[in-house]
Ligand binder design. Structure first.
Ligand SMILES: NC(=O)C1=CN([C@@H]2O[C@H](COP(=O)(O)OP(=O)(O)OC[C@H]3O[C@@H](n4cnc5c(N)ncnc54)[C@H](OP(=O)(O)O)[C@@H]3O)[C@@H](O)[C@H]2O)C=CC1
Ligand SMILES: CC(C)(CO)C(=O)C(=O)O
Length: 303
């Protein structure tokens, strides 16, 4: 039996856990913050309602062979509080999060060769605790090293395209190109269809061009046509799709502003690259996020 603990039973953690649990050789536990009664995932191949162990506090947890961290990036520190109970000397830790700074989130807590940064492209939405809609089968990319290859084998029985890549840095920046443009959804409170507005599409290309410039300075191999390709993908996608940034804003949760737009500004500053559009997106999202700078005047209502 291979024991796996998934920290965070949200859209991605719930989807990963449900698929992993289809293999009887894998013993899957969910480490949750909000209690769930059961796990149910509507997948493109049909519904999955696996039986999984649920641990609601680190005190209930046991050591495992694999930990999958699937919280939002801003909850990484809290997620790490599970690690002392879950870790054995050979435990590997995969980080299923967006952004380009996966390793930094567990630095000093897990030895580097046991960390598996995972670039996840699986659009999924959490509709209620333990209730998830996986919209597309999707893919996960990891580095081509020993731990990465072992991670790939965990998913061999699933339809999700889980694979190694020789250039994970580029894969992460390509994904950031998608995610930084997704700020327009959280800013306008509109799902994917807003990208079909030509002016919004051009703004999205601008956000991505800044990402490309900074990503190249960081060593990623990003083609000139990436901005056009990413925006074309948005425009061809479902008009009602809700990305995880918008989902957070709609639910009144904090947002991954720093991991998705702030990081472009931070790293851009280090390389002397101007990133005004991402800076504006990050500033406005911070201003409207819970606990953000609320020194704004309410809009008067007519009548
Ligand atoms: N959703 C998507 O389509 C995609 C998301 N991603 C990325 O994947 C990552 C996860 O996103 P997503 O699944 O959407 O996020 P969700 O908000 O749906 O799920 C995160 C889960 O983590 C839980 N959590 C937070 N802190 C803890 C803790 N200390 N212990 C246990 N559980 C905790 C939350 O609990 P609670 O229920 O209490 O809130 C929540 O259930 C993000 O980096 C996101 O950007 C990547 C690709 C696609
Ligand atoms: C763009 C998307 C849906 C792709 O998987 C995503 O990464 C997110 O919602 O955070």
């Amino acid at each position: 039996m291979t024991r796996i603990a998934v920290i965070g039973a949200g859209a991605i953690g719930g989807t990963a856990a449900a698929w992993l649990a289809q293999n009887e050789a894998l013993d899957v536990a969910l480490c949750v913050r909000t209690p769930i009664q059961s796990l149910h995932v509507e997948t493109p191949s049909g519904p999955l309602s696996p039986r999984v162990t649920v641990w609601s506090s680190p005190a209930e947890a046991r050591s495992v062979d694999w930990v999958l961290i699937a919280t939002k990036a801003y909850d990484s520190e809290a997620a790490a509080s599970w690690l002392p109970m879950l870790m054995a000397p050979s435990t590997c830790v995969a980080i299923l999060q967006n952004g380009v700074e996966h390793r930094a989130r567990v630095q000093g807590l897990v030895e580097d060769d046991r960390v598996v940064p995972a670039i996840v492209d699986i659009p999924a939405e959490r509709n209620a605790p333990g209730r998830i809609h996986q919209r597309r089968t999707g893919s996960i990319f990891v580095a081509d090293d020993q731990a990465g290859r072992a991670f790939v084998s965990l998913f061999a029985h699933t339809p999700i395209a889980v694979a190694t890549t020789p250039d994970l840095r580029t894969a992460a920046w390509r994904k950031l190109a998608v995610n930084c443009a997704g700020a327009v959804n959280a800013l306008t409170l509109q799902p994917g269809g807003i990208s079909r507005n030509d002016d919004v599409a051009e703004l999205m290309r601008g956000l991505i061009r800044e990402c490309i410039a900074v990503g190249r300075a960081e060593g990623a191999d990003l083609p000139d046509g990436l901005a056009d390709d990413v925006v074309a993908g948005y425009r061809a996608g479902p008009a009602d799709s809700v990305n995880s940034l918008l989902a957070d804003r709609l639910a009144g949760r904090p947002m991954e502003i720093d991991a998705r737009n702030g990081v472009i500004v931070r790293l851009g500053t280090r390389h002397g690259i101007a990133t005004p559009l991402n800076a504006m997106a990050a500033t406005l999202l911070r201003a409207v996020s819970p606990g953000g700078n609320k020194s704004t005047v309410p809009v008067p209502r007519p009548g």
